[in-house]
Design a protein around this ligand. Structure first.
Ligand code: TPP
Length: 637
């Protein structure tokens, strides 16, 4: 760690530095990030791009009084470092350590928590209006990436800002990238501003001013930089029409220019937007060469950027390759992503079917309605959206897709605990929010071969359906040459039994099998069932076992509240069964970040917990006893 960085314990320490020292500090921070994240993993590229921007913000503004909000907040690492968390920074994303996003409970400097995109402007406006009502004087600054402007909430906020407050600063951090290349008209519009000839001239002259004054006194430097900042004013019709005074675009790596721009904007008596151009991955060649990979990644070699190749393919890859195979046979199939082509695997589909692939930007709500529209015209749209981000699509799933019985398929990647990313990214609610909706079919495969079969099944259904599958590598089972549809609402009984029925949803099947072995070792007969369908449930199977067993056990990588186990309880109750159900799933609380196995152990999502709960229920049932005169008799309850 460099010497300057070690002296920064709070933003006050930063404010004592001159520009030359700040530039040195920026380089130290870059080295520190590259080294530290090489061990912990994290959002390297986005953070390398905002080093100077964050230094300038904390030089000019005073947190925690002033409020700085980062959209998504995956790019808030420098903010964390500068606000007293340097000594704990090596714990980022590690169990018990710093969260990878802003968290109000982590620091008083974290004005607003986030993890999903598009919230910064709305939340900042809320804070600005609260300040105005309370007669406060603090500044509120929303920092949002160019991709955040593909999101509806950002525009809904912009539509309100000028009418609601006179003082709010928006920083558009434009690096031309979302996780993949940013898409759509807004990306083109930003590009047009940046490549405009007039801007290029202004930019060159501003750069000359700042360069010329290098080595002069701080006062001269500040004055000239302010001149440069003001001269960068170049009206943007879009933002001006929304009532935001537009400044920029300015070089987001030029510290004096950034600092003077913020000082100047601080006194504005209108809402303002500063357009800042940054380079994602700046200072680390591997990240500049591979923008997508270094947006967010696990551990890597800090010299070369090399990462260990994954052994097994991921569920995302199997999904995308299966979709491509099915799309070859059925030209109605189209694929939709909301800014996640690599995360969902659809970047494997895109080159094969460029006309049947749609990246709509960070716009899940729109993605769902768009899919509904295509479905009305005979297409079979597939929305590949992570479980956590599909929460944004809830109303259109109800109102547009299910109510109209449209055959849209939702492929929910990252369903279940996400691990390192934490509560904003865990996919623990999709069963609860989907299974209450009429018409939808909801499936969860136990392995990758069944994922393919379920996709095939979905395309044969007349209405909406959803498949949930987890992050990461597949089980590694043998794959059939071609996917085969499975009967609707039919569970797969993997092993019959008479004392207990263990239902392991999706990839929780190994836990179900292990519990069965343990209970068999105790002398009980255990059925093991792969439910396949959360909706419709296999009522026949449930009824059969309800007449035989002393208990059901359900395993799910999902919140217990309203989840699969709850569905089983409801179904049993409706058929008049009083057989108890032991539900193993996540408790009714937000689960922190950490390693999946540690968190499962901590929160009782384990075979041990299931065993501890089910054994007393089974003990009430007498085991089979041999009665000499009558042969085998059992005292079944
Ligand atoms: C609602 C939602 N959908 C998808 C994502 C996944 N996601 C995380 S960061 C990101 C791209 C952000 O790009 P930008 O805002 O331009 O910031 P940059 O990383 O380029 O600095 C996306 C799509 C998300 N966080 N939230």
């Amino acid at each position: 760690m460099g010497t300057l960085l070690e002296t920064i314990h709070s933003p006050a320490d930063l404010k004592r530095l001159n520009f030359a020292q700040m530039a040195e500090l920026a380089e130290e921070i870059r080295d520190f990030l590259i080294q530290t994240l090489s061990k912990t993993g994290g959002h390297l590229g986005p953070n390398l791009g905002v080093v100077e921007l964050t230094l300038a913000l904390h030089t000019v503004f005073d947190t925690p009084q002033d409020k700085i909000l980062f959209d998504v907040s995956h790019q808030s690492y420098i903010h964390k470092i500068l606000t007293g968390r340097l000594d704990r920074f090596e714990t980022i994303r590690q169990p018990g350590g710093l969260n990878g996003f802003m968290l109000r409970t982590e620091s008083e400097h974290d004005a607003y928590g986030a993890g999903h995109a598009g919230t910064a402007l709305s939340a900042a406006l809320g804070m600005a209006v609260a300040r105005d009502l309370a007669g406060g004087s603090e500044h509120v600054i929303a920092v949002a990436g160019d991709a955040a402007f593909t999101n509806g909430i950002t525009f809904e906020a912009m539509n309100n800002i000028a009418a609601q407050t006179k003082r709010m600063i928006v920083v558009l951090n434009d690096n031309e990238w979302s996780i993949d290349r940013n898409v759509g008209a807004i990306a083109r519009y930003f590009h047009k501003i940046v490549t405009n000839e007039h801007y290029q001239n202004l930019h060159a002259s501003a750069k000359r001013i700042v360069e010329k004054i290098g080595g002069k006194t701080a006062v001269t430097l500040a004055r000239r930089a302010e001149e440069a900042a003001k001269s960068m004013l170049w009206p943007s019709i879009l933002f001006e029409e929304f009532g935001l005074e537009y400044f920029g675009p300015i070089d987001g790596h030029n510290l004096p220019l950034l600092v003077e721009s913020f000082k100047f904007l601080k006194s504005a008596n209108r809402p303002v937007l500063l357009h800042v151009l940054t380079q994602k991955g700046r200072g680390f060649q591997p990240a500049l060469d591979k923008q997508k990979k270094f947006h967010g990644l696990g551990p890597y070699d800090p010299e070369t950027g090399h990462t260990e190749p994954a052994g097994q393919p991921s569920y995302s890859e199997v999904f995308a390759n299966t979709l491509a195979a099915l799309a070859r046979e059925d030209e109605r199939i189209v694929a939709i992503t909301a800014a996640m082509p690599s995360g969902t695997g659809l970047d494997l589909f895109r080159p094969q079917f460029p006309k049947r692939y749609f990246d709509v930007g960070i716009a899940e709500e729109h993605a769902v309605v768009f899919a509904a529209g295509m479905a009305t015209r005979g297409f079979r749209p597939v929305c590949a959206i992570y479980s956590t981000f599909l929460q944004r699509g809830f109303d259109p799933i109800v109102h547009d897709v299910c109510l109209q019985k449209l055959p849209v398929l939702f492929c929910m990647d990252r369903a279940g605990l996400s691990g390192d990313d934490g509560p904003t990214h865990h996919g623990l609610f999709d069963i609860s929010y989907l299974r209450a909706i009429p018409e939808i079919v909801l499936m969860a495969p136990k392995d990758e071969d069944e994922l393919a079969d379920m996709m095939k099944t979905a395309f044969e259904l007349p209405g909406p359906s959803a498949i949930r599958y987890p992050r990461g590598a597949v089980v590694g089972v043998a794959r059939k040459a071609a996917a085969q549809a499975i009967p609707l609402g039919k569970a797969e009984v993997l092993q019959d039994g008479s004392d207990v029925a263990i239902l392991g949803l999706g990839t929780m099947m190994p836990l179900a099998r292990e519990l069965a072995v343990r209970l068999e070792n105790e002398g009980y007969s255990a059925a093991v069932v792969n439910p396949r369908f959360v909706k419709p449930l296999d009522l026949e199977m449930l009824e059969k076992y309800s007449k035989r067993v002393a208990a059901f056990v359900t395993f799910e990588d999902h919140a217990k509240m309203g989840g699969f186990g709850s569905a089983v309880i409801e179904a049993l109750q409706e058929m008049g069964s009083v057989v108890p159900v032991v539900r193993i799933g996540w408790p009714d609380q937000f689960i922190e970040h950490g390693k999946v196995d540690d968190l499962r152990a901590k929160h009782g999502v384990t075979v041990d917990e299931a065993q501890a709960q089910v054994l007393p229920l089974l003990a009430r049932r007498q085991r089979p006893v041999l009665v000499a005169s009558q042969g085998l008799e059992s005292g079944v309850l």
